[in-house]
Write a protein that binds this ligand. Structure first.
Ligand code: SIN
Length: 190
């Protein structure tokens, strides 16, 4: 799979759209804002290991196919000599239902590159799926796991998107629903 996305020098791009935007936690040689066309970010994936526990899972971001949608995030270029180590640590970090997936990414300024991302597809063992916004917000507001409070995941993501100058209606609606002011309305985007 990796062979198909490696650049001539052996490096490859990885797209982060959730915690991988603000806490990459792996070595990279270059990074920059990126956009993924045809996918929407949704808090439809259960977290039993990071932002929740098996009896009370949290909700974290995944991507769902959505014609015409654009998902903004961060792209990282990983050097060939680091790739095995980086992928092993990400496979472990994203083990709660995410799998490697290849997409075409738009880097800024407009440039298309093949990229890897971690996708939690519908029906995986930790999939929670859609629910009324207020119910998702309630779950996020109360869940907590080894990586911290679920609400901090949401707020960090909201801040990171605002810092990129990007908007995500689903993220902003959740932030508003738990009673916080979205970062985009508090000047954090500047
Ligand atoms: C990602 O950030 O790209 C994957 C989901 C997560 O780790 O939050």
């Amino acid at each position: 799979m990796l062979g198909s996305i490696r650049a001539e020098d052996g490096s490859f791009w990885l797209f982060g759209y959730g915690s991988l935007i603000w806490r990459p936690d792996f070595p990279y040689v270059e990074r920059g804002p990126a956009r993924l066309h045809g996918w929407s970010r949704r808090f439809w994936q259960g977290s039993h290991d990071h932002r929740g526990v098996p009896d009370a899972p949290g909700r974290v971001a995944t991507l769902v196919r959505s014609a015409g949608a654009v998902c903004a995030g961060m792209a990282y270029r990983v050097a060939p000599e680091a790739s095995e180590r980086v992928l092993a640590s990400l496979d472990h970090r994203e083990k709660n239902g995410y799998e490697r997936h290849v997409v075409e990414l738009e880097l800024a300024p407009a440039r298309r590159v093949p990229s890897l991302l971690y996708l939690a597809a519908p029906g995986n063992f930790a999939w929670l799926g859609p629910a009324p916004l207020a119910a998702i917000a309630r779950q996020i507001a109360t869940a907590r796991g080894p990586s911290g409070a679920n609400v901090d995941y949401l707020l960090e993501l909201d801040r990171a998107l605002a810092a990129l100058g990007e908007r995500d209606a689903h993220v902003e609606a959740l932030v508003a629903s738990i009673g916080e002011a979205p970062a985009s309305s508090t000047g954090a985007a500047s």
